[in-house]
Design a protein around this ligand. Sequence first.
Ligand code: PBG
Length: 328
Amino acid sequence: MFPRTRLRRLRRTESLRRLVRETTLAPQDFVLPLFVVPGSGAKSEISSMPGHYHLSVDLLAAEVREVAARGIGGVLLFGIPATKDEVASEAYAEDGVVQDAVRAIKETAPELVVVTDVCLCAYMSHGHCGIVAEGEVLNDATLELLSKVAVSHGKAGADLVAPSDMMDGRVRAIRSALDDNELTTVGIMSYAAKYASAFYGPFRDAADSPPQFGDRRSYQMDSANVREALREVEADIEEGADIIMVKPALAYLDVIAAVAQRWPVPIAAYNVSGEFAMVKAAAERGWIDEQAVAMEILTGIKRAGADIIITYFAKEAVDWLESGGESC
Ligand code: PBG
């Protein structure tokens, strides 16, 4: 050991550090979430998510051109429908906002991977992720609706559907429904380990999807559990998930690492809205260096074992990578 071993030798210059760097970020690692609204000519900034907008389908085209030009891996679409009801009709409407958006993106930037969030909360008048009866979110009855949503997204041209509802058995139901509709090439990116998290706060404003009563703890996971996450992941792989997601990312890096060590599947991690908003807010106050902190966070998520990072920093991160920005 010391003094023969001196770990600082390889830290002396940036060139040496670069040579031995274990984790690097690239544009294709990132997936950018986008929020689509009905109508045309609509672009309004989401107040708790600086730099992110509610966009109508016509304006989405310009946005995705920019995203594709940066080499970003893909986009994840969320829809804010014109009307909500108790059966989430707009979620599987052939001319729903997400379905229209998928077709528009595939026309503008066919090479961009299009992922669609498959959930009902933004489309339900009560804001829950499933059918509600007597104050309970019903599991099995919800599977049918989720399957309809996934099929409608697949028919519109989505590459991957991403169920985020946390109902049991939804991957199996969606896989069967896609296959029955000759959508065998549409993949499933499953929100396998999705925790009931306070970090979704800004998103719920953006997607107008907060539950109108109660919370999501009867279906999303308890933040204290990791063994249970492994069971969720195992079930989803067995049911036919192509990509496994852990969400949120930052407070769950151990979950990402545990999943990555056990299964040879691509892993996505969702660097969620609250994680983004905290960095933006602190940077606005001059308390932290936004670029350095954001890149350190993204590097940490990748180092933990994520192959794909869903992040609101996607565009800025690519710009920072291109400007040769050091992570810290
Ligand atoms: C829908 C959904 C949520 C997020 C992604 N899909 C919110 C929730 O479960 O309440 C959160 C994303 C984010 O915070 O960035 N179920």
